[in-house]
Design a binder for this molecule. Structure first.
Ligand SMILES: NC(=O)c1ccc[n+]([C@@H]2O[C@H](COP(=O)([O-])OP(=O)(O)OC[C@H]3O[C@@H](n4cnc5c(N)ncnc54)[C@H](OP(=O)(O)O)[C@@H]3O)[C@@H](O)[C@H]2O)c1
Length: 280
């Protein structure tokens, strides 16, 4: 495993995406991932599996020191109806406490705003306070554009520490990644396989197949190496034993600059299934 170092916290360059994993699929994926050495797990209030994950880790004596759980607060929790939990819970602190309860923790390693929304900067100030109070390790955002990141900086004096964005061969987000790096913002690649929707294209791409063969790896492993070689944290989701194993087994080779360029050139600025701004 390779790591990034963020304010003294070591964060692995590959984590398990936990969107849409529930019940046996979730617990089996977590078990395989832990066995294979995963230390980073990405969930969200919206994924509705924080409680299951918390229960799994607690009942298997997986302690905070050994793994990093990142979760997210969504606009619906903050802007939604008062009756979401029967009382007015419209603050980041309440959302944070709620996720802590579900996860069975009193501290969240990485806590992110799930997507941009109007006046998000007001809420972000509260997130900064939670970090200053020692309740969160890393605070950040997801799916923020350069302008939205700048708005946070303007309102709070600091950039988010991390931006989780769509990065895969058809959507390499080069300019945004460069902006984040220039401003000390860590980048995480969500949907590194475009939800699986573009995988068929890549698996049957002769050039990618040739690169994969050269290293005795699979095409998905080549994609993840291309992401992590850019110092971007990749969050592949999988519930298949061999894939979970493969997705972390990518640190014993380096792509050449020519091979990196081959992957870079696949870009189409094609996004898979996300509405970038919620105007509510
Ligand atoms: N912040 C946000 O707004 C946001 C949005 C989307 C996603 N995310 C995060 O990013 C994570 C990943 O994104 P995603 O859920 O969109 O999916 P993804 O990781 O882009 O793609 C998942 C698909 O790829 C397949 N796959 C995984 N590894 C493979 C391998 N080695 N070989 C072949 N196929 C493989 C999986 O099938 P198998 O299960 O059979 O392996 C699944 O069908 C999410 O789970 C979530 O944590 C965040």
């Amino acid at each position: 495993m390779e790591y990034l170092n963020i304010e003294g916290t070591k964060i692995p360059l590959v984590g398990l995406g936990c969107f849409a994993l529930h019940g046996r699929a979730l617990t089996e994926s977590l078990a395989i991932a832990l066995e294979e050495g995963y230390e980073l797990f990405d969930t969200a209030f919206k994924y509705d599996n924080e409680k299951e994950m918390g229960k799994y880790f607690t009942s298997n004596n997986i302690y905070r020191e050994n793994i990093i759980i990142q979760t997210k607060v969504c606009a619906r929790q903050l802007l939604g109806s008062k009756i979401l939990w029967g009382v007015d819970k419209r603050s980041i602190s309440s959302a944070y406490e709620y996720s802590c309860r579900l996860l069975g923790r009193s501290y969240i390693d990485v806590y992110l705003v799930h997507s941009p929304f109007v006046k998000v900067a007001n809420y972000y100030r509260e997130l900064v306070k939670l970090k200053d109070d020692g309740k969160i390790g890393i605070i950040g955002v997801c799916n923020f554009t350069r302008e939205q990141l700048q708005a946070i900086k303007l309102a709070t004096g600091i950039y988010p520490m991390l931006n989780q964005i769509e990065v895969h061969p058809y959507h390499n987000s080069k300019e945004l990644v460069a902006f984040c790096k220039d401003n000390g913002i860590i980048v995480e690649a969500r949907s590194p396989f475009a939800h699986g929707d573009a995988l068929h294209d890549w698996l049957t791409n002769k050039v990618l197949q040739k690169i994969a063969k050269e290293y005795n790896k699979s095409v998905p492993q080549i994609i993840l190496r291309w992401i992590t070689q850019q110092n971007i944290i990749a969050l592949p989701r999988s519930k298949t034993f061999q894939h979970i194993k493969d997705n972390i087994n990518i640190f014993d080779f380096d792509l050449t600059s020519t091979q990196v360029s081959v992957l870079d050139r696949l870009n189409r600025n094609q996004s898979y299934g996300f509405i970038s701004t919620i105007n509510s």
